[in-house]
Structures are given as C-alpha cells and as structure tokens.
Design a protein around this ligand. Structure first.
Ligand code: SF4
Length: 390
C-alpha cells in the first residue's frame, strides 16, 4: 500500500454549502483535473456544482496517493467534485441515456412499464452527483412540480387502475416541502389504498437531518410507502444517516438501496461487500447494483461491463442472498431494465459494429472499447451496450 501523503489541507472542520469554485477551494486544493474543469467553457452549461453542508463534511480535505487515473481516491469527492473528464462526451453517450423521452405522455411523467409510473417531481437535489444519469434534467430550470402538473398526472392515472406503483423521483423528491409532498401524494393516491409510493432519494445519505419525525409521520399515514436510496460507499453510512434510516424503519417505512457501480468509489469486492453487509445490518435491503448508464460525460466514472460481472461473481460467492443486490443496467434507447449475468445476452459484436448508436472510437475509461454486448430490450428490439476497457 502506498503511504498517505498530505498534499493540501485547508481545514478539517470547514463544512458548508458549496456551489462555486471559490467555495470549493476554501475546502480543498483542486487537483489538476478538477481545476481544468473550471477553465473550460463547457463547465457553465454542465450539471451544476452543489454539495450541501452535511455531505461536504465527509470530503477528505487532504489527498492521498494511490488514485485512479490521477483522480482523487476519496469516494465522496469523486461523487461530488467535477473534473475535466466530464466535458469529454463519447459518441454513444447522450442526455437521455435511458430513452425516457419515448415514454413521456405528460410533462414530468415517465410511463414505461404498465404497472408503474415515475414522476420527476423536482429538478433540485441536496447534492448533484457527478454520475447522475438524469444530469441533463437535475439542477436545471424545471423547478418543483406545479399544482396543474400534478392535476394532469392525477387525471392520467384515473383511467389507468393497473398502475399500482408511483415512483417519486427527480431530482430528489425529498427536497420538496412536507406540505407539497403530502398534497401531491394525496392527489396521486386518489383514495386507492393499494397504490404504493416509492420515494427515490439520496436524502438519507446526503442530508439525513431532513428525515424528521414530522416527515416520517407524514409518510407513515400514506403507506404503503417505500424509500429507495443510494448509498455507494461504506463511509456514507454515518451515525446521522443510520439514525435517519432507523427513524424511517421505526415509522414502518421499508428502505432499499440502489447503489451505482462507480470507478474509484466502489469498484472492488472488499468495498462492496462491506457496503452491502453494513446496509443489511442497518436494516436496508441492497436492492440493485447498477451498471453505469451512458449519460453524457460520465465515462470516467463507469466500470467496464466485463469487470463489473467479475466483481459481482466474487461477491455472490461471499454474500448471503439478503446482502446481495441484483446487478442490472437500464438499456440505452428505452430498452428497459436488464439483469446482468455472464450468459444473459444475445451476442457480442466487434468495436467497428456501431449498432446504430454512434462511432465506437471513443476513449471510454482508460482505453476505448473492445466491442459491444447486444441485449434484447423489453420491446424485443436489440440494444447495444459498449464493452469499455476500464
Ligand atoms: S441525488 Fe439523484 S437525481 Fe440528484 S444528482 Fe444525485 S443521482 Fe442525480
């Protein structure tokens, strides 16, 4: 193991809302890759910088040696501090990597599967994650859902009794006020007791104090409600976040975790094994481990599919079924969710076969792609996912 060296130390106690380069530099000395981001014109139109006070406390204010491709080895910093690599958009990356636009019958509404809908209830988050697949929406100009938008979606639901699950997403749904959240849930539930709400939120991770007793009571009287959160590294399971989870569980709100496989953050067996076993101990079911989506400017954070499969294979040999999440990818171009395994795909194609999704000559990760894995989407059409060498 390489020795820890301190290359910069501003303070070990500074914590604050960080949304500008100046604020960021009050906390940490930027690495060359981080500094270069701010000097490029593309930075202004990219996903904004926002690290809230609570999560900024977890950033290590000194760098250690042993980084991946010269990037910071701090898993919190990698998830929150932009680098110049974000401005490198590969030909097969897009602003809508899941093809949600195909399934949007009403503003903010995504209806891809018959039994459930997803609503982008706000574009605001407590923290903007650099790996966000909805990064072209998050931190934008849409703001919170309006009363008339809620009404339109409630009307849409009236003719669709088969919809029994409503995913409140964004952005982060728990950045809405208690009052707005409650009235929206009541309009959408429309008196149907079997209609389940799934709240997709990183708030228990990044702003656990938002999980107040009042919020828990609000949710508890509107059950069935599930919380789907996103812990990506064991260091995120702080005393405060564990207490927030305990409050939710005590209120009868089950919590599941949807981790993202991220390069330099959790792309090794030890880290993921610790994350998943700790989640179970806290009372959270590890639900999904997501392969990175092909969101514009995120290739430096993705883990190659074959390497991901190798990591998951080892994890399966170590973890109980309770601790082991499902490894899955949302196929590009609206192909739907696909559970990933060594054998569940149609075939592999060489790199020069673009599969109609663009020129394969990108420099994904640290060395281009070795080909394409072809899957059958939920609509029966083929979808191509790159086999990146990283
Ligand atoms: S909290 Fe969720 S929606 Fe917001 S930036 Fe992070 S991953 Fe994206």
């Amino acid at each position: 193991m390489k020795p820890e060296i301190e290359t910069s130390r501003k303070s070990t106690i500074i914590s604050k809302l960080i949304s500008t380069r100046i604020k960021l530099e009050e906390l940490i000395e930027l690495s060359p890759e981080e500094a270069a981001y701010w000097d490029k014109p593309g930075a202004v139109t990219n996903l904004p910088l926002k690290i809230n006070t609570s999560y900024s406390r977890l950033i290590e204010t000194h760098q250690k040696e042993g980084s991946v491709d010269g990037a910071s080895p701090d898993p919190i910093r990698i998830q929150t501090v932009p680098t110049v690599h974000e401005l490198n958009i590969l030909p097969y990356e897009t602003g809508d990597p899941l093809g949600e636009g195909y399934y949007t019958p009403e503003t903010r509404l995504i209806h891809q599967y018959p039994d459930r809908i997803l609503i982008k209830v706000t574009d605001r988050c407590a923290v903007y994650c650099r790996h966000c697949f909805r990064r072209s929406f998050a931190g934008g100009t849409a703001g919170d859902i309006s009363a008339s938008e809620i009404e339109h979606i409630a009307d849409y639901l009236k003719g669709r009794p088969g919809v029994n699950e409503i995913l409140l997403s964004g952005g982060d749904c728990l950045t809405l006020s208690d009052g707005k959240l409650a009235s929206m849930m009541d309009s959408l539930a429309d008196g149907q007791k079997e209609r389940t709400f799934r709240l997709c939120t990183r708030i228990p991770v990044v702003a656990p104090s938002r999980i107040t007793p009042e919020l828990v009571s609000l949710l508890a009287v509107r059950k069935p409600v599930w919380v789907a959160t996103q812990f990506n590294h064991p260091r995120e399971l702080t005393f405060e976040s564990r207490a927030a989870i305990t409050r939710l569980l005590a209120g009868g709100i089950p919590v599941v975790n949807q981790a993202v496989l991220l390069r330099g953050v959790n792309d090794n067996v030890e880290t993921l094994a610790e994350l998943f076993t700790t989640l179970v101990a806290v009372g959270i079911k590890p639900y999904y481990l997501f392969q990175g989506d092909l969101a514009a400017g995120t290739s430096h954070l993705r883990v190659g599919l074959k390497r991901g499969l190798g990591i998951v294979k080892e994890l399966r040999g170590r973890l109980s079924g309770l601790a082991m999440p499902v490894y899955a990818v949302d196929l590009p171009d609206g192909g739907g969710k696909m559970v990933l395994s060594e054998k569940d795909f149609l075939r592999d194609e060489p790199p020069e076969h673009s599969g109609g999704v663009g020129n394969p000559d990108g420099n994904a990760g640290s060395g281009g792609i070795s080909g394409w894995r072809v899957f059958e989407g939920s609509d029966g059409r083929e979808r191509f996912y790159p086999l990146e060498n990283c």
